[in-house]
Design a protein around this ligand. Structure first.
Ligand code: GLO
Ligand code: MG
Length: 344
């Protein structure tokens, strides 16, 4: 498969049982080992991990055991030729994080979040990645009056500073999302995440991850969010997927809802040589209707669509495009792009 210099990743949670808030699982769980085989079969290069995807039940394990398990996992991944893209502390499931993790009102909850994050850093280092992803899932409120939103920013900065001190070789990519699970999140967009980075003690180690669906949920264009991160040299990861308007976070296959919007994301990534700096991560879910034996097609389709679009980006008639831009004839530019997409 021609991959145009790109490397691809997804997380084990992207092969899942199909449960949603209104109904139970509809497919059997796929054992982790079998998921790893899927990475190879589908042509992926790297794995994205939550800390407890790598070391299950880590809250109940002492540091030495956590490290030993992470090292054993690293050996297995090495033997399969799979890299680790990042580790993300899962700070949204434990009872201590009901009211938030780093921004919880309860100091004991904040202490738990810091401690858990350090474990995630230990795991990342044992797995040989220098990237941590911070999806700030519960850093927000259901109720505006429940927390001081300005203080919340300071608490986030303090927590990130703590991690910067704890692991001097590590980088942190903040993954903004405007809502879900919270009503409103404190870091809803890439602009917020970049601003947060500059408030930390080492902005050179704090960047961003753009997820297409999260940008759409914020009413923004994912390609522009990526461009903003790129302009600051801070686009260190992406979660490509798609989203049909302002609904729950759908994690549809990349390009499945709006092909032109997907094209624009590939255009900005490819023009700015993202393949030299980051891995193309997918954060896609199979539709609940999908039967177990064909519940990997969302991953295959997303990767394939990305590669088709790279081909479309690189074969675009740039001279004609520049001609339209110079003439300020954006209607002609519109036609040129559509014709190019439709003639594949
Ligand atoms: C949810 C997020 C989630 C994160 C993952 C890594 O909306 O997109 O899937 O990307 O937990 O932190
Ligand atoms: Mg994501």
């Amino acid at each position: 498969m021609e991959k145009y210099g790109y490397r691809f990743s997804f997380g084990p949670w992207n092969i899942h049982e199909g449960a949603d808030p209104f109904g139970p699982a509809v497919r059997p769980s796929v054992p982790f080992e079998k998921k790893l085989e899927a990475y190879q079969r589908l042509g992926f290069d790297a794995v994205q991990f939550h800390d407890d995807d790598a070391v299950p039940n880590l809250d109940d394990k002492p540091p030495a055991q956590i490290e030993a398990e992470a090292r054993a996992l690293k050996a297995k991944l090495d033997s399969m030729g799979l890299a680790v893209e990042f580790v993300a502390p899962r700070l949204w499931e434990h009872p201590m994080t009901i009211d938030g993790a780093y921004t919880a009102n309860d100091p004991a909850a904040r202490a738990y979040a810091r401690e858990r994050s350090r474990k995630a850093l230990d795991i990342a280092q044992a797995l040989g990645t220098d990237l941590i992803v911070l999806w700030l899932a519960r850093e927000g409120t259901y109720m505006r009056e429940a927390k001081d939103a300005a203080r919340a920013v300071d608490l986030l900065v303090e927590a990130i500073n703590d991690m910067l001190d704890y692991a001097p070789g590590m980088r942190f990519a903040v993954e903004p999302k405007p809502n879900e699970p919270m009503d409103l999140a404190y870091i809803p967009t890439i602009g917020h995440a970049v601003a947060l980075s500059f408030k930390t003690k080492d902005p050179s180690r704090v960047g961003v991850l753009v997820e297409s669906a999260h940008a759409i949920l914020a009413g923004l264009d994912p390609a522009d969010e990526m461009a903003f991160g790129l302009a600051y040299g801070k686009l260190w990861s992406v979660h490509l997927n798609d989203q049909n308007g302002l609904k729950f976070d759908q994690d549809r296959s990349f390009g499945a809802v709006n092909l032109r919007r997907a094209f624009d994301q590939v255009l900005v990534l490819d023009d700015h040589r993202y393949y030299e700096q980051g891995i193309v991560g997918l954060d896609v879910k199979a539709l609940r209707t999908q039967k177990a034996e064909v519940a990997e097609k969302h991953l295959r389709n997303s990767l394939e669509t990305f590669l088709w679009l790279v081909e479309r980006v690189r074969s675009l008639d740039r001279a004609a495009m520049q001609g339209c831009i110079a003439a300020r004839d954006y209607e002609e530019l519109d036609r040129l792009i559509l014709a190019h997409l439709l003639r594949h």
